[in-house]
Design a protein around this ligand. Sequence first.
Ligand SMILES: NC(=O)c1ccc[n+]([C@@H]2O[C@H](COP(=O)([O-])OP(=O)(O)OC[C@H]3O[C@@H](n4cnc5c(N)ncnc54)[C@H](OP(=O)(O)O)[C@@H]3O)[C@@H](O)[C@H]2O)c1
Length: 337
Amino acid sequence: MKILVTGASGHLGANLVRRLLDDGQSVRVLLREGSNNTAVEGLDVERVYGDLRDFTGMKAAVRGCDRIYHCAAKVSTLDGDPLLKREIYDCNVLGTLHILQAALEAGVSKKVVVSGSFSAVGHNPEKPSDETVPFYPFSPHLPYGFTKSFVEHECLKAVANGLNVVVAVSCAIIGPHDYKPSRMGRTLLDFANGKLPAYVPGGFEFVAARDIVEGHILAMSKGRSGQKYIFSSQFLTVDELMDIFEEVTGRDRPNLRIPGAMMTGIAGVADFVLPRFFPNVPRRFTSGAVRILRMHRRADISKAKNELGYQPTSIKASIQSAYDDFIGRGLIASVGK
Ligand SMILES: NC(=O)c1ccc[n+]([C@@H]2O[C@H](COP(=O)([O-])OP(=O)(O)OC[C@H]3O[C@@H](n4cnc5c(N)ncnc54)[C@H](OP(=O)(O)O)[C@@H]3O)[C@@H](O)[C@H]2O)c1
């Protein structure tokens, strides 16, 4: 049985592929020529090259695979110009359509697990959100959030056409094998290297890389077609996250704790100025990221626990393992006190 993993060069994909190989599975990965594909270097996998936006390429990628983990997506916290919006839409919505359509046409006895995002789950300030809370399109969302909602729509269309599809919803991932690195990985790296200038209070649901991988495996083995399942490890405030970073790295947090309302203003100015005048400056606090942190969104993961037997582990252990991995790769200059 051959398993296709899209997005294998990304953070989730890198962890998922390792788990599948550890489980003795035969894995094909979808990569893009010219991308940073360090994540799969030295792994015993079959490599196919292609872009989600190219349907013909996706038909070739899917051919002969019985199971597909569609993890690839254009992840972005930018509000974006029309070109970026188009890229996010094409990669995420059309890309998912292509993978699902290719699977249908191949007549796969296939099952497809598609990575979803908590940003496409509705927000109820009164209680933690579960899978039943619909996405509310009239509050501010990032283009990425909209597309992840439309991705679910594509999944349901494919289910209506007879494909077995399950959505595995991820919260903010933290953990090892983060080769790009991700937004959370960069924050940990900067913290450990004493280069994080400030932080913004807020809170979010975080998921350990090994937990979201386990969630995908459970969704594949036990998930019901047409259903989505939310996987989180723990809700943390940013202050609690800083506590863990201090313990793991031995360094102190930045002195500057910028209140959320003030940061919203600063990020708004940066959103206007940076893309126009300093397009190469890395963006840490975009308006979208600050907005999400200030919402203190919580997840109810009862469905994944009850139906799939999902048992989250520890975010602290995952941060430790991300840190150890960065140290091992020489990305942290000196160990703290
Ligand atoms: N990271 C999080 O905290 C988080 C939270 C919620 C949901 N998720 C979801 O989890 C999944 C994995 O996220 P991640 O953190 O692993 O993202 P990531 O590290 O940014 O990796 C994204 C992957 O998608 C691939 N990709 C993007 N556009 C592509 C295209 N047009 N054709 C082929 N491949 C393409 C990238 O390949 P290249 O290397 O070629 O660019 C990369 O392998 C995504 O579906 C994301 O929406 C992630």
